[in-house]
Design a binder for this molecule. Structure first.
Ligand SMILES: Nc1ncnc2c1ncn2[C@@H]1O[C@H](COP(=O)(O)OP(=O)(O)O)[C@@H](O)[C@H]1O
Ligand SMILES: N[C@@H](CCC(=O)OP(=O)(O)O)C(=O)O
Length: 365
């Protein structure tokens, strides 16, 4: 059966610290991806590098930090990036397509579905979709954050067999190997524990964005969607095949048995939150370990303006966001119902469902 593999390449693997595109590396990756495709896989590429490829052409001395400078650099660099990929893939007779996405393309379910259909159509024709964030129009507060997360969302969307995140380090270490030579590589991760988050630090180069932390976070999202992840280095011919065959130089993040349904994935990872509900300790454990729905009695505070069907964050008394879900009340109804027993709420309010958030529409963090 044809398998879908999503490959993410970071800026650090495509550009130099001083900026500008390394066309030799682009050609190398195109060759590796073409081989993966010829072996019978459907291949999608999520690529970074637009800002890093473009900033020198504008005349900036280093990777810009300011939003408009980054957007300008991305506008120049994205064209350079696509041109380089197109030329490189053409020598293997592979056609490519550009897909630029924003966070709001995922938060709107219709647009998300459209993106999915377009990708399906391209893959059915043997075309390699090349995805990047639409940096020139993304607003800072509404960004994916980094392409690691984008690649996990895309992998979940297309129900990939595996996500391969290529970076400049051969996997996750117990500490940043650039600064700690004693750090040990972790070969396999089954559960993303606090320790795993603690090990993973920020970006390693002047062109990278999220560092290992964002790769761990992306792996968590993909794992919950049922997609196993490889994070590591691909340097030599054949490395990408090894990575996809479970024998690559890096860290493998395995999937748990219970992956989230598409609906829960949308609630947990794509939707935008319209407000926040603070819950007491009883409601917190009912949601996190009791597999129960959230009832008005456990609510202590309501923030924001929302309507039934909107998604809201749920916060513990300690101020930690514990998850999010689809709310069945308006914010004003909920302010009046907070802390009341189920009987009391049923007497006083005309709500469609007594549960504030039903457990089928709840996703823990
Ligand atoms: N625990 C860790 N294990 C491995 N790499 C780490 C760790 N903590 C931080 N890093 C850094 O993460 C970097 C890779 O992320 P990043 O610079 O964002 O690259 P990319 O452009 O490929 O996304 C590595 O170069 C490394 O310095
Ligand atoms: N969309 C941006 C990349 C942002 C990003 O996540 O970069 P990286 O950490 O190198 O994967 C660009 O193309 O420059």
């Amino acid at each position: 059966m044809t398998q879908r593999i999503v490959v993410k390449i970071g800026s650090s693997s495509l550009t130099s610290e001083a900026g500008g595109l390394n066309r030799e590396r682009v050609a190398f990756f195109a060759g590796e991806l073409a081989k993966l495709q010829k072996a019978g896989n459907q291949v999608l590429l999520v690529t970074s590098g637009a800002v890093a490829a473009g900033f020198t052409s504008i005349g900036y001395k280093q990777r810009p930090k300011n939003l408009h400078e980054k957007q300008a650099a991305a506008a120049v660099g994205q064209a350079l990036l696509m041109q380089a990929y197109q030329e490189a893939f053409a020598s293997y007779d592979v056609h490519v397509a550009q897909i630029l996405l924003t966070r709001s393309d995922f938060s709107n379910r219709k647009r998300m579905h459209n993106a999915q259909m377009t990708i399906d159509e391209l893959l059915a024709h043997g075309i390699v979709p090349i995805v990047n964030e639409n940096d020139t129009v993304s607003i800072d507060e509404l960004k994916f954050g980094d392409n690691d997360k984008l690649s996990a969302l895309v992998a979940n969307l297309v129900k990939a067999k595996r996500l391969i995140i290529i970076t400049d380090t051969d996997g996750l270490y117990t500490d940043n190997p650039r600064t700690n030579p004693e750090a040990q590589r972790i070969e396999r991760v089954d559960i993303i524990s606090e320790d795993i988050y603690r090990f993973a630090g920020g970006a390693g180069s002047a062109v990278g964005t999220g560092g290992m932390r964002s790769k761990v976070e992306a792996s968590r999202i993909a794992m919950r969607g049922g997609v196993p992840v490889f994070v590591g280095r691909v340097c030599e011919p054949g490395d990408l095949q090894l990575a996809s065959a479970n024998t690559g130089k890096g860290t493998y993040f395995e999937t748990s048995e219970n992956s989230l349904s598409m609906k829960k994935q949308w609630v947990g990872f794509h939707s935008l939150s319209s407000g926040a509900i603070t819950v007491d300790d009883g409601a917190r454990s009912a949601l996190l370990s009791g597999g129960k729905s959230l009832l008005p009695a456990g609510i202590t505070l309501v923030d924001g303006e929302f309507h039934p069907g909107d998604v809201v964050d749920v916060i513990s008394t300690g101020g930690q966001t514990i998850g999010r879900g689809v709310v069945n009340y308006t914010s004003s109804q909920l302010r009046a119902a907070a802390g009341l027993s189920t009987d009391e709420v049923q007497k006083r309010f005309d709500v469609l469902r007594i549960e504030v958030i039903h457990r089928d529409e709840w996703v823990a963090n």
